[in-house]
Design a protein around this ligand. Sequence first.
Ligand SMILES: [Zn+2]
Ligand SMILES: [Zn+2]
Length: 150
Amino acid sequence: MTEKTPGKKRLRRCKVCGKSFAPQRSTARYCSDACRKKAFRRRHPTPKVSAEPIAAPFTCRHCGRTTWQIEAHDRQYCSASCRTAAWKARRVAAALTLVELTPETSHDAAEMLIEEQGMRAIAATLKSAGYAYDAAVRQWIKGEVAGREG
Ligand SMILES: [Zn+2]
Ligand SMILES: [Zn+2]
């Protein structure tokens, strides 16, 4: 058998299994129903069950609770209330540290200063003075290797 079989029926190569076959119809592209179905399935893959969301163990930086959460890799706190509490704790600790740094400053004045300058500026000031915030003890600690708190 060659491709040049006389007549209208020329052999074709099945697109799925590669076998030569004599097409029954001019549009036939597959040697058999099985191959036709296979080709159909290739073109219309059954959607895979959507990938399981990634759950990862994650320890809240505020309450220290470890929970399995979905895509928690970029999160720091288990809840909004922990985030707020952590933010407040950092701020309160900053006020205490400001008082410690400048004893003539009252706690209220320190709070005012933070209010005025913003926590970002105060954090920068404390960092330049060699302090780093340690979320575990909720204190700004001098000389601690910085980096525990961005
Ligand atoms: Zn085939
Ligand atoms: Zn928490």
